[in-house]
Design a protein around this ligand. Structure first.
Ligand code: NI
Length: 256
């Protein structure tokens, strides 16, 4: 049994055929899902989906791209829900190019402020964090080291680097997704064997980051299987061993 620990089922791209997507997922052995909070506008939809499906859970959070729409009160409204398992996805993303130096400084300031507040929220309610990091490893690590509690969390690993490996010692897990199957994923393939096995989680980040050979199409949770196969191969484990380890890791971190 596989848990997709990061899948945006509240994305409008699933509105029409969500039940079909979940059916294919279950058929592929992917029977539980965690919907991370990203766009505050679809949080209520995520709660609705989690309430309607036994294997489905959600997190409350605001993606760094939506940092300007951050509203702690909205997150607090749902954080106590029995199906809320984490805070996130929150973090830093410096990939988006901005016009001027002042705008970059201001964008970073807002992202950091909103990230730190979500780290505090997780600590206050004793929830693990789902952390999004893109081209901001050093700053993210600094903030997590300064503010995160013992509960730890998971790092979205699509531009994993050696810097972030240090976070394993601080209770952090690594979400491995479709990028691992990309032909040009040299960096992640290189870092992957150095991630302790008891820190690995499987995630699709669907509808984004569709694994090979389906790149270019909409991603879906059933493809966790393709990711797990690649992980097993690179870990020198059988598919059953690898998915068993990840299942246990998911339980330890999220309590599901
Ligand atoms: Ni995501």
């Amino acid at each position: 049994m596989i848990v997709d620990t990061h899948v945006h089922l509240d994305d409008p791209r699933y509105t029409k055929d969500l039940e079909e997507v979940l059916r294919r997922s279950v058929e592929a052995g992917v029977t539980q899902w965690i919907i991370p909070g990203a766009d505050p506008g679809t949080l209520e939809r995520a709660v609705e989906i989690a309430e309607a499906h036994e294997g489905c859970y959600f997190a409350v959070g605001v993606h760094p791209y939506d940092a300007r729409n951050y509203d702690r009160k909205l997150l607090e409204r749902y954080i106590g829900h029995e199906k809320c398992v984490a805070v996130g996805e929150c973090g830093l993303d410096y990939y988006r190019l901005l016009e001027s130096e002042e705008e970059i400084v201001e964008e970073k300031r807002i992202q950091k402020e909103v990230f730190v507040d979500q780290i505090a929220l997780a600590k206050e309610y004793d929830k693990p964090l789902i952390v999004h990091i893109r081209e901001a490893s050093r700053d993210s690590q600094e903030l997590l080291e300064s503010y995160a509690g013992k509960r730890g969390g998971v790092l979205h690993c699509y531009n994993a680097d050696h810097q972030l490996l240090q976070m394993a010692e601080r209770g952090f897990y690594y979400g491995i997704g479709g990028v691992l199957t990309f032909k040009n994923a040299r960096k992640l393939v290189e870092v992957y064997p150095r991630i302790p096995r008891e820190r690995l989680l499987i995630e699709t980040d669907a509808p984004y980051l569709t694994p090979h050979p389906f790149r270019g199409q909409r991603n879906e949770p059933a493809y966790c299987r393709i990711i797990a196969e690649k992980m097993a191969e690179l870990s020198g484990l059988s598919f059953e061993e690898l998915t068993g380890i990840c299942r246990e890791n998911t339980r330890r971190l999220f309590g599901i």
